[in-house]
Design a protein around this ligand. Structure first.
Ligand SMILES: [Zn+2]
Length: 175
């Protein structure tokens, strides 16, 4: 497991040129600089998938993808964020979970890149929305009020749901 624990920043575009950390170079995350650097860098946690055909890979994503925050459903990609207010201080962290396919079959390479690009773009927009919410907390004079905090967190969750309704990423075998 440790060998695979490649927690990366989204400067993973370096991985594309074969200079990534650990197994990352084989994850083949095709993030363009405009996607990965346009906003605050996101942490990316790849999860390992395998398969030699499109349907094997699609099945692997379905059975290994991250669970939602309630632990009920698996997704192919997931953006997880955490906010706390310990000691009056705003603390936050977040990361993107994306599939990592080692040894991409040559005939599937383009399809895989296209899929990962669309999936990463979806998840990174959640990150953008999250950082905008954090910015609201940081700029608000009411940020110590519990009511304000609850309302802001609720609107952050609503924005996530809105984005999910707007941008549905099809499963890998539909690409
Ligand atoms: Zn989403």
């Amino acid at each position: 497991m440790i060998a695979f624990l490649c927690i990366l920043t989204s400067s993973l575009l370096l991985a594309d040129s074969g200079r990534g950390m650990n197994g990352a170079s084989r994850c083949y995350l095709p993030l363009a600089p405009s996607l990965s650097r346009a906003f605050h860098p996101a942490k990316i946690r790849p999860y390992k998938v395998r398969g030699r055909t499109v349907s094997e890979i699609a099945r692997s994503i379905k059975t290994r993808g991250p669970y939602d925050h309630q632990g009920r459903f698996r997704y192919s990609g997931y953006y997880r964020w955490f906010v706390s207010f310990g000691g009056g201080m705003l603390k936050y962290r977040s990361y993107v979970e994306l599939p990592c396919l080692h040894r991409i079959p040559p005939g599937i390479r383009l399809r895989w890149r296209r899929y990962l690009y669309v999936l990463a773009r979806h998840e990174l927009n959640h990150h953008s929305l999250f950082m905008a919410g954090i910015g609201e907390f940081q700029q608000s004079p009411n940020s110590t009020s519990n009511g304000y905090r609850q309302r802001t967190l609720a609107s952050m969750r609503a924005r996530d749901r809105e984005w999910d309704a707007l941008d549905v990423v099809p499963p890998f075998d539909k690409f």
